[in-house]
Design a protein around this ligand. Sequence first.
Ligand code: SAH
Length: 323
Amino acid sequence: MERLDAFMARANAAYYANHDPFADFTTSPEICQAFGEVLGLWAAVCWQAMGAPEPVLLAEAGPGRGTLMADALRATSRAAPTFASALRLHLIETSPRLRAEQARRLPGATWHESLETLPVGPLLLLANEFLDALPVRQFVRRPEGWRERFVAEGAFAEQTAPAPDLDAPDGAVVEVCEPARAFAARLAARLAGSGGAALLIDYGPASRAPGDSLQALRGRKPADPLVAPGEADLTAHVDFAAVAEAARAQGAAVCGPLPQGVFLARLGLARRVERLAQARPPAEGQALLASARRLMEPHAMGGLFKVLGLCHPSLSPLPGFAA
Ligand code: SAH
């Protein structure tokens, strides 16, 4: 018997080490090149607001194939060359397989297991679909009190748990992602201490805590998360309210969360994609416009995904967050 978070950590470590995750799911940077481009330009604007420190760390947590960062760097080297030459690229990635893929696209980067080993100094950090991969605990309300979920032989088992401080109806499930809160707290302490800003982009509700949101994708189809650990991608919705609270407690300013579509519109993604589309053959241009709509429309990723900004209080509100 294994506690759910230990099970999820083990399953995902095996999954990311041995599989091509992008055979099972796709992400915004893989759908549309303008996603990484506008985030790169966002970082350049923040850097100016920080007083253009040199060097500055540009970091990404969970870079996947390295697509977002490659798009970001291409855009900044054209539109913000002083930022491009001031930045030092640092990637937080645990999967050796994905590190190798990132190294092909992002030569000159330095890799880290966690935030802990990033050098000191002003920081700009991007993370897309990183927090959702971190392991969650689940508590279930039973008539006799709270129980915690464990995994035994492909099914849930429950054990008496220290009571979460919550009033909930019988059968209610409460999910807690301790590593996401810890990541937000450490990141926030750094930003408040040595300056900088971060964007955390993921799917999840803007304010209420998620209930049971654990899910598995295998071959682009939903699968049973408890069966065949390491063969499917396990994720849970991000509890943005908890992440924001952890960051505020360390002295960082919190911006948002905003729906991804609103944020990308304010960053000018639609205009950028229209320009790109005009320069392409008609069929390619249409495909590009459709990919941008998928990222931005409220009933698609534009509404499901949220963008949370964390920063040194002097930088608040960050670009894209002021109404
Ligand atoms: N950001 C990418 C990939 C998302 S998949 C994109 O948008 O396409 C999740 C990424 O987080 C993968 O690169 C995975 O290897 C990495 N990851 C998962 N758990 C991690 C952990 N605990 N520490 C560091 N990286 C992790």
